[in-house]
Design a protein around this ligand. Structure first.
Ligand SMILES: Cc1cc2nc3c(=O)[nH]c(=O)nc-3n(C[C@H](O)[C@H](O)[C@H](O)COP(=O)(O)OP(=O)(O)OC[C@H]3O[C@@H](n4cnc5c(N)ncnc54)[C@H](O)[C@@H]3O)c2cc1C
Length: 325
């Protein structure tokens, strides 16, 4: 009853979502038994050795010259090869952009269901149960699996990474796959400018909405974000207005985030926005309307004018930072 975990790397760096998936697999191993095995498609080993300490008993480095960048059909082949050999009870993916593309491909080829974007996994009465928000976060669904392997993708930043364990066994397995026959090809990856941390991997996010009145006032959000070492996010209203890039949009048609701290500035809290951030650990809302729906999910609510509150907050955080240098 092994657990197979797809390991995601980008530019040779293992992504934190993979450490989280390995952490959850290690936790479930005590209930399911078997081994935790990672499958890492790549062109050259990007340091799979460290994955042993991240919770994998075994890491299968699936190599192919075309795997320098994401290769949908090739990665699918690599994971299917591992499934055929290992016959896992459970197959985990991160619900990252790449995982959202790959997991359904693999599940379809295996003719099994996929529980996507899970926020919890548990073994109840010997059966694996996945918990996942549905209908833009309005309801929480608990779902079981009727066929093996159970396939699930995990929402980033929700699951804890494993504590360091014993070094796992690393094996390199070449993938037999003709890249020229692939019907889909990755032409280009457009990375966010300035080496910014991906929103989905951020521990702290400060997001701005239409309450800021204009793109020039986003400086207030950026200043607070800088003081908090946070990443800037945005509501769809301001992205649609062209104030901010789509890469910053949080919500149903943007990114799903679960940071430790989410600060919503001048955001009303429409259901489509809440769908992308309500699983954040601590939510602080700043809004002049006490009836704004964002306050229903906020842990701390500041009712008032953001143009007064945000600069004062930034100043206070800067003072605290200065005391702790
Ligand atoms: C299919 C679909 C998908 C969608 N996907 C997304 C999505 O992914 N993400 C998303 O965000 N939205 C999404 N939306 C849009 C969503 O419904 C809302 O329209 C949007 O979130 C509103 O953005 P906002 O909160 O910035 O603006 P508004 O709703 O206009 O809210 C502005 C807030 O600022 C407050 N405010 C104004 N002035 C001040 C001030 N001086 N001080 C303090 N507060 C002030 C107001 O009280 C108000 O609450 C989607 C909609 C649809 C139909």
């Amino acid at each position: 009853m092994s657990i197979l975990v797809f390991i995601e790397q980008r530019d040779g760096r293992i992504r934190s979502v993979s450490h989280e998936a390995l952490g959850e697999a290690t936790r479930l191993k005590s209930a399911l038994g078997g081994e935790v095995i990672g499958v890492l498609p790549c062109a050259a080993d990007p340091g799979g050795a460290s994955l042993g300490a991240a919770g994998a008993d075994r890491v299968r480095i699936a190599t192919h010259p075309s795997f320098g960048a994401y290769h949908p059909a090739g990665y699918t082949r690599a994971v299917l090869d591992a499934v055929e050999e290992i016959e896992p009870a459970l197959l985990l993916f991160p619900a990252s952009s790449l995982g959202k593309d790959l997991a359904p491909r693999v599940a379809a080829r295996l003719d099994v269901g996929l529980a996507s974007d899970c926020t919890a996994l548990a073994v109840e009465g010997g059966r694996l149960i996945a918990t996942r928000p549905v209908y833009a976060g309005k309801a929480i669904q608990k779902t079981g699996f009727t066929k093996a392997p159970a396939v699930a993708s995990l929402r980033p930043k929700v699951f804890a990474a494993a504590n360091a364990g014993a070094a796992g066994v690393i094996e390199s397995v070449p993938v037999s796959y003709d890249a020229a026959t692939s019907r889909a090809r990755l032409l280009r990856t457009a990375a966010a400018a300035g080496g910014k941390v991906d929103l989905t991997e951020s521990e702290v996010i400060v997001s701005g909405g239409r309450g800021l009145k204009g793109p020039e006032n986003f400086k207030l959000v950026e200043d607070l974000a800088e003081a908090l070492s946070a990443t800037v996010g945005a509501s769809r209203a301001v992205v649609d207005a062209g104030w901010r890039p789509h890469s910053e949009q949080v919500g149903q048609t943007g990114k799903t985030v679960s940071p430790k701290l989410y600060v919503a500035v001048g955001i009303s809290g429409a259901i489509q926005h809440l769908a992308g951030m309500s699983s954040s650990r601590c939510i602080v809302a700043i809004n002049k309307d006490p009836e704004a729906p964002i306050f229903k999910v906020a842990d701390y609510g500041l009712v008032g004018d953001l143009f007064e509150i945000v600069p004062a907050l930034t100043e206070a955080v800067r003072k605290l930072n200065a005391q702790h240098v």
